[in-house]
Every structure is written in C-alpha cells, then in structure tokens.
Design a protein around this ligand. Structure first.
Ligand code: GDP
Length: 363
C-alpha cells in the first residue's frame, strides 16, 4: 500500500495518468481556498454557479470538501442559496465491480447524452480511497473524452474522510451541480462495499453493471444490491461474448422474478450493452425515461425524494453530533486517555463512553 503524500490527501485529487480534466481547474480551486485574508464572496460565487461557470462550481465543491472548519459556514451558505435551483435533474446511481466497464460505459453513455443536448455531471463515491489512500475508481485513465466535453463535468471522489463524510459531500455537490444547470447526474461507486446503499439513498434510478460468463453470474455482487437495482446491465455484450450475455440476461431475469415486488411497482429490466461498441446505450436511456414516466405517474418519484430528504436531515444531525464530539478541543486528550484505559482492560468501553459523553455535555 502506498503512502499518501500531501497532494493525495487533498480534496482536489485528480486521477493519475491523465491531465486534469477541463472541468477541474485544480490551481484555480487551490488559489480560491488560499484566499485567507479576503472574504470568500459567497454571492458572487453563487451567481457564477447559477450561470454555469464550471471553475466556480469546482471552487465551491472544493469548499464543501474542505475539512477546515472555517470553510463550513460559507459552504453551507452556498448550498442554501443554490437549493432553490436544485432538484430538477435525474439522479442515476451506477455500480459494479472493478473492471465491469463503469467508466467506459459512463463515457459512452455521457457522449450519447450530451449529443442529445443534456448537461451531465459525473460524481464518484470511492470507499477504497479513504482506507488505503489508493483508489479503485481513480488510479487509471478514465473518461478522457467526456472530461474534455464542455457539456460534462467530472468530479472524482473526495478523499480523506469516512464514507459518511463522502456521502454528505456528494449530496451537497449534487445540489450545486443541479444549480449550475446539469440536468443529469451520475453517481458512480464500486460495487464491493457498503457504498451502494449510500448511493441508492441519493438517486432516483439505480443501475447495476454486471458481466456474463464463467458461470459466476451472481458472484461478487450481494443479493441486496441486486434487489436495489432498477435495471441490470450486462456489459461487454460484444464479439464472442454475445451468446453468453444473452444467456446471462435470461438467468438474471429469472432471478429477478424471485424478488419481492418493489414499492415503485417497477419491474427491473435486464439489458445488454457494449460500452466499447456503443450498442444498447439508447435502450438504457429509453428505460430510464420509462422509469421516470412510470414513477411520476404513480407518485413514487416524489415519495422517494421526500423520504431521501428526511433521511438526509437525520444524517446531517448525526454527522453534526459526531463532529461536534470528536472536534471538541477539550475532549481530544481525554478521548486518547480513555482509549488507552479501555485497551488496557482497566475500564469497560461502555463506562468509558458514558464518562466521555457526560464530560462532553458538561463542557
Ligand atoms: P471499471 O473498473 O468498472 O470502471 O471498468 P473500465 O471501464 O475501466 O473497463 C475495464 C476494462 O474493460 C477496460 O479494458 C475496458 O476497455 C474494457 N471494457 C469496458 N467496456 C467494455 C465493453 O463493452 N466491451 C468490451 N469488450 N470491453 C469493455
């Protein structure tokens, strides 16, 4: 495992192997954060975001991702000011194991959508980057064409925080991207951990990418993730793989039949794509539109969004309680001391927690 250097710890981490995409002006964002003396002009930044300025959007996201406490207030103000202009996009979650073709698919689909006149933002949630400092999503050349597309905006996963922290930041980033005029938001995650549930809780439509063949149809991806999928895509359905992909499609269709009916009353589809040969992409888009029509007609669309808002409120409360506790200067040394006592078996973890909490409320 490689050691993080300072640059890698930055929220502005850009993928190795390619130039910084035009949508991320790293230097401008850094300069922005370094404005120590001058006040961050929130109103101006918000106006620029609403005007679709990607550099300002990047800077505001950098502010959201910053762990510096003094950035929190302007970040919150920007979010509040952007909120009235948010909510109008289609939010799509995309997951699948590494190598299934997520970035190739997003690039092909993204180019297709921008040709239709859409503005697409691609955000990533990558749980690996917090644990190892390396990143499953970021360590390779990704989406070069889409990065250069003026109608697209690609933002890699913020690093250096917990999954919960990344999720909060991604939710807030969605609001800013919507206010900047992006009408489709892709949130990509690696289908290997708990991050799918997090992504599912912030999107309208959830796509699961799978591979055919090797008799390992249901391997790697947990049943729970399949149950969340609104559509399963068998990718790499090209060349010698087509027959196997069709077989896999039948198997998945049968497997999905065994799942209980969903609250949205939508029957998940199984589609075949080749991100490399550009086939099946239009069908995916048609399916997303069918889903929107279906769930708007039966009110599930609003129900789901409202529920997500409630969830977000509780998540924000928990987040704030947690950071209030752990960032409390008076407690920092005490926490270390109690950790030591607990590890040495001199006090039960429950009693230690109780005492620390009581000290926190008294402080
Ligand atoms: P990710 O890790 O899920 O983002 O996967 P990538 O998009 O990086 O793709 C992994 C590998 O699969 C790359 O070598 C791609 O060129 C290849 N690949 C992706 N999509 C397809 C496809 O539709 N057909 C074929 N034959 N190869 C593909």
């Amino acid at each position: 495992m490689k050691k993080k250097d300072n640059k890698e710890k930055s929220a502005l981490n850009v993928m190795k192997g390619i130039d910084a995409p035009t949508s991320i002006d790293e230097n401008a964002a850094l300069r922005f954060l370094k404005k120590k003396k001058r006040e961050i002009n929130v109103n101006q930044l918000v106006d620029e975001i609403l005007g679709g300025n990607k550099t300002s959007l990047s800077s505001a996201i950098t502010l959201i991702e910053s762990v510096h406490p003094k950035h929190r207030e302007p970040a919150e103000e920007i979010i509040e000011k952007c909120l009235p202009n948010s909510g109008k996009s289609i939010r799509v979650g995309i997951t699948g194991v590494p190598g299934v073709g997520k970035s190739t698919f997003i690039e092909t689909m993204g180019i297709y959508l921008t040709k239709l006149g859409h503005q697409l933002a691609v955000l990533a949630i990558d749980p690996s980057s917090q644990q190892s400092g390396g990143s499953i999503l970021g360590d390779k050349t990704r989406m070069e064409l889409l990065s250069a597309n003026p109608q697209a905006f690609i933002r890699p996963s913020p690093s250096g925080t917990t999954l919960g922290g990344v999720a909060r930041k991604t939710r807030e980033t969605v609001i800013l991207c919507e206010a900047a005029g992006f009408d489709i938001i892709f949130i990509e995650t690696v289908g290997v951990g708990q991050s799918e549930t997090t992504v599912h809780s912030m999107v309208d439509f959830f796509l699961l990418l799978m591979l055919s063949g090797a008799g390992d149809e249901l391997q790697g991806i947990k049943r729970g993730i399949m149950e969340m999928a609104d559509t399963i895509i068998i990718n790499k359905a090209d060349g010698d793989n087509i027959k196997k992909a069709e077989l896999a499609r039948r198997e998945y269709k049968n497997a999905l039949h065994l799942f209980p009916p969903t609250e949205s009353e939508w029957y998940p589809k199984v589609l075949l794509t080749s991100a490399v040969k550009n086939t099946g992409i239009d069908e995916v888009w048609e399916t997303i539109n069918e889903y929107i029509e279906h769930t708007k007609a039966n009110n599930y669309w609003d129900l789901n969004r409202n529920r997500q808002a409630k969830y977000r409120m509780h998540e924000t409360i928990l987040d704030s309680l947690k950071s209030g506790f752990y960032q409390n200067e008076k407690l920092k040394d005490q926490i270390k001391m109690y950790e030591k006592i607990v590890q040495e078996g001199k006090m039960s973890p429950f009693l230690a927690a109780k005492q620390l909490l009581s000290n926190y409320y008294d402080s």
